[in-house]
Design a protein around this ligand. Sequence first.
Ligand code: ATP
Length: 358
Amino acid sequence: MSRQETSDAHLLSLRAVCKAFGPVAALDQVSLQVAKGEILCLLGPSGCGKSTLLRMIGGVERADDGAMELGGRPIFGPHLFVEPEDRNIGFMFQDYALFPHLTVAENVAFGLRGIGRAAKAARTAEVLDVAGVAPLADRYPHMLSGGEQQRVALARALAPRPALLLMDEPFSNLDQGLRDTVRAETLRLLRSLGTTAIIVTHDPQEALAISDRLVLLRNGRVVADDRPRQLYQYPPDLYAARFLGPGNELAASVEAGSVDTPLGRFAAPDLTEGDAVTVFFRPTALHLLPAGDGSGAVVIDSVFRGEVERLTLRLAGSSELLRIEVPPGSPPPIGAAVGLGLDPGAVRIFARDRHAKF
Ligand code: ATP
């Protein structure tokens, strides 16, 4: 059964949501579903509509058109707009937006409405504990580190037990060393609570690392929607392939159902004869061979990156440059002649400016 047909299994469902700011179509017919307990990343370059989509779902702004359901209940549609406070959606902002004049405990308690004092205190204590910030309960936000502020903001967003948590670039204010730790802790917490979350990021590595499902936006449109491994290995087009990570590209054309390149001939059965194509493969799809084996190449550059060596090679008899990643050790010196092999299973062929056929 397709995703569309199982819509009752989805916590959130969006159909053809549109939003324009003057002539700019910030969201153009966006449809997507989020399953209960799923962590979905919205990924795309600056200005592609990620934050706008989050704001429409949260109800802090109104979409122009389309329909949205949360937990089987319509929250937006023609003549329908459920106010943000009635959606049971939590929001965590990039800058955390903690109230500076409230303590950590007061910040977390702030969103707990409609329950008695004792219940509020108990829930606050519970969430502070779960988020690992109980010892900080009486501090004010300016007395917290960046990582602590992030955890308090997360605790505040989770306190009312939202059906859905929206997070806008929640890790981008942290420096690299801290980001990985806080990200891992956050994910552990969200998963242990079974939280359904939509996380906006412009960082493909982050989206690949944390999402169950990854939705790639471009100019307000959904251009890819799948599991991260699937998208990385089988991107639907060159845009998605390039956005998700580094790659090598060779220009070629389709002849007799296949594509000829200096690295071998690859079948392209579904492409049209004579089509101009881009042959795409990740740096890890290439491997070094002794000189004389495979395709000939010369080492042009070599950069040690800790976990890998990244080499730039020029293919023999051509001006094409290729990137390859090899385990760190003793890479061949610059100027050395090497052989190259390419894993044919890792090759994607895209018709230029059209969707992938292979
Ligand atoms: P970033 O990663 O830079 O935050 P984004 O993907 O979140 O970008 P949005 O902030 O959603 O992108 O913006 C989408 C488009 O809508 C952009 O072209 C932006 O300039 C435009 N836009 C967003 N909000 C407004 C607004 N209030 N008024 C006018 N244009 C807006």
